[in-house]
Write a protein that binds this ligand. Structure first.
Ligand code: FAD
Length: 497
């Protein structure tokens, strides 16, 4: 049993799995502590009856298999591409509004064409939205790896001049039609804030990434990705302990000096990367008295992003038999995204439901003749806090009933063919991940906490780093793995110094 290692990594979410694999591949001794009995954090699965459900992943962004770009070089270098198969999903989304039903494919020219066919009077605005978003995405790539080459003027136009803007401000400056504005902003619940509040930068990056790279699923589900990271860490001499979390981060003055595990074992180190949210890391793992007040001031000036309710459903028929033809369908009751966002703060009838039909991405997702779908609605944690424990199960089942009723109007027979349903709320996500409010995004993506301006990897003590959704560039599979890689590279640089 080790009593000292180069780096201790706390939490096996995607952020720290990417950190630990990078560190181990670079020859450092790494110990990864995860409190849960399986790795991956949100990126994992659970089983009910004869169905295995994907907890989180609907669409993986940022991986271009054809051009071998985005996450590809990192995955290739670390060994993920040899172990995990990624499945192309084709279309980005189908969105059904009160009188528009539109499908946006993962192809810039075709997507622009479809939008122009539906909104010919806004052809110029559509061109501008695509040009600007793709320009912003290029600018981010340029900052990260010097490609594609951009001038200072282009960086100013696509990036710096828009860092304090919302997506809504930019889209509204090009497009006047309210319905088109809504159609261009369908993805916002993935990112937690409506167009009027969300950082332009993060939305533009996600918008361009999904269209440019195409969304992906993971063959064998997210557990395959998490497991592959664990294998890479172990094959390179690292140790992964599941079912054993970190109880305390031990400090000496303003530096970290080790970790006390849940088993009361003390392990010394000069470097820790925490995948545990910064609030819990500072208050519970370190102790408020040992953390500079400026760190808490920074946290208090940010908001925590919202959470979700998901109804995970195992069906005794195929998607085709139920007439479900698309991987992902957004059912919007209104074109007013602010109204949808406000409805997520209450437990009333949701104004938006997202249907994800996993077998449309992977025909082998569930046993032959069956299918798995997940119905999702954005939901703030606060209304759930007020439900007494005796009413909790009844309340979440009632909420799931509302989701099913809404979708059943489009998918007749859905309820009748449901063999298993499991409902997760913000409380469920909080309990399993430890994230305040069950958020999947960390700090809310306001322009102030955009991908380049939210908390960095550096923690409030020497030797302490963060990885995962709360830090730059933010929440989601792709950003969390990037943040983990960045944290590891910073530690490697420090150690080499
Ligand atoms: C329903 C849902 C759908 C989603 N869909 C998508 C999608 O389609 N595309 C996408 O890109 N993203 C999606 N996301 C978001 C994505 O899953 C998350 O942003 C990402 O997985 C968060 O990773 P993380 O590194 O921040 O760690 P987390 O997943 O938050 O994991 C943190 C880990 O730390 C562990 N931990 C906590 N305390 C301790 C301790 N003291 N000691 C040891 N371990 C500890 C926890 O057990 C957990 O394993 C979705 C999320 C959810 C919930």
């Amino acid at each position: 049993m080790v009593d000292r290692c180069d780096v201790i990594v706390i939490g096996a979410g995607l952020g720290d799995l990417a950190s630990a694999a990078t560190l181990a591949k670079n020859g450092l001794s790494v110990l990864l502590l995860e409190r849960h009995h399986q790795p991956g954090g949100y990126a994992s699965t659970f089983v009910r009856g004869r169905f295995e459900f994907e907890i989180a992943l609907h669409q993986l962004s940022g991986l271009n298999l054809k051009e071998k770009s985005g996450l590809y070089p990192f995955f290739e270098e670390i060994g993920i591409m040899d172990r995990v198969e990624f499945l192309e999903l084709g279309d980005n989304y189908r969105a059904i509004f009160p009188d528009i039903d539109i499908t946006i494919p993962a192809n810039r020219e075709v997507a622009e064409g479809i939008l122009m066919d539906n909104f010919p009077h806004e052809a110029e605005g559509i061109k501008q939205v695509f040009k600007t978003s793709f320009g912003t995405s290029d600018a981010i790539h340029y900052l990260e790896r010097g490609e594609p080459k951009l001038t200072q003027e282009q960086l100013q136009e696509y990036l710096f001049s828009k860092m304090d803007k919302t997506w809504g401000e930019i889209v509204n400056s090009y497009v006047k039609d309210e319905k088109l504005r809504a159609v261009l902003s369908v993805y916002w619940p993935y990112l937690g804030l409506p167009p009027s509040q969300i950082s332009y930068l993060i939305f533009a990056i996600a918008f361009a990434s999904y269209i440019r790279n195409g969304p992906k699923q993971i063959f064998g589900k997210s557990a395959m990705l998490a497991r592959a990271f664990v294998d890479i860490i172990e094959e390179n001499g690292g140790e992964v302990r599941l079912g054993c979390g970190a109880k305390k981060i031990l400090t000496e003055g303003d530096k970290v000096k080790g970790v006390l595990t849940d088993n009361d074992e003390k392990i010394n180190t000069n470097y820790i990367i925490s995948n545990v949210n910064p609030i819990t890391t500072a208050l519970n793992l370190i102790g408020a008295d040992k953390v500079p007040e400026t760190f808490f001031e920074k946290i208090r000036s940010s908001e925590v992003a919202m959470s979700l309710v998901s109804a995970y459903m195992g069906l005794d028929v195929s998607c085709e038999e139920l007439g479900i033809d698309d991987f992902e369908i957004w059912y919007y009751d209104t074109y007013d995204h602010d109204r949808v966002y406000e409805s997520m703060k209450k437990l009333g009838d949701p104004e938006l439901v997202l249907l994800t039909a996993y077998n449309k991405g992977d025909p082998h997702f569930s046993p032959p003749g069956t299918s798995v779908i997940v119905l999702t609605a954005g939901s703030a944690a606060e209304p759930w806090y007020n439900i007494p424990p005796s009413k909790y199960v009844e309340t979440k089942n009632k909420f799931a009933d509302m989701l099913i009723n809404k979708v059943e109007k489009y998918v007749p027979g859905l309820r009748e063919h449901t063999e298993v349903v499991e409902v997760a709320t913000p409380i469920t996500y909080m309990r399993y991940s430890g994230n305040p409010g069950g958020t999947y995004l960390g700090f809310a993506y306001t322009p102030k906490d955009g991908p380049l301006s939210r908390m960095g990897n550096e923690g409030p003590l020497k030797g302490l780093y963060f990885a995962g959704a709360w830090t730059q560039p933010g929440g989601g599979y792709d950003p969390c793995m990037i943040s983990g890689r960045w944290a590891a590279e910073k530690v490697i640089k420090e150690i080499k110094k």
